[in-house]
Design a protein around this ligand. Structure first.
Ligand SMILES: [Fe+2]
Length: 182
């Protein structure tokens, strides 16, 4: 009988989608880059926030050296989030847009590869399938709570407007939504 999908399989699928989305820049017109960037941002933030809520707490508990691994991978994700923020703030007309995208692509893809090798593969060995399937369900539920587009104007008032760009604000609102629902 066909089994349910584990959280590992879902994460690998997300990573594939992100790789494909980056590849779209290679063939798309320059005028479409901003739209691709926006949907990429949305996918990446959703993926990362849900991963931090559902996957990394288990990594910390179940993998030898789990705390160190989790901290290393999460700090890579934060770096990518900062890059997203920078690009978003500078806008589509920025002359460094292409260079920033190249940097973002390298950072995200290296991170995804490191995550697959150091986190997902060991997790698949350390945790039984039934639990990984349950985590897969949690992952879907959490993902469905995500806002669909980065909010262009939140938050407006100090100090939020200084601390948080749209990307960070999106991640923040999403974390709040998940906390309320749990
Ligand atoms: Fe990931």
């Amino acid at each position: 009988m066909a089994g349910k999908t584990t959280v590992i399989e879902k994460l690998l699928e997300d990573h594939q989608e992100v790789r494909q989305m980056f590849a779209r820049f290679d063939t798309a017109d320059r005028s479409d880059w901003w739209d691709i960037f926006q949907s990429l941002t949305n996918d990446l933030v959703r993926h990362e926030v849900v991963e931090e809520e559902i996957v990394y707490p288990v990594v910390r508990k179940e993998l030898p050296d789990g705390d160190r691994l989790a901290n290393a991978r999460i700090s890579e994700q934060s770096e990518a989030e900062e890059l997203l923020s920078t690009i978003e703030k500078k806008g589509a007309g920025d002359r460094d847009f292409a260079a920033h995208l190249t940097k973002l692509r390298a950072a995200v893809l290296e991170h995804a590869q490191a995550e697959e090798r150091t986190v997902l593969a060991p997790l698949a060995r350390a945790v039984d399938r039934e639990r990984l399937e349950k985590m897969g369900e949690q992952y879907d539920r959490a993902k469905s709570m995500a806002p669909t587009h980065p909010h262009p104007h939140a938050p407006d008032t100090p100090p939020g407007n200084v601390m948080l760009g749209p990307v960070a604000a999106l991640a923040d609102r999403f974390r709040d939504a998940m906390r309320k629902a749990s």
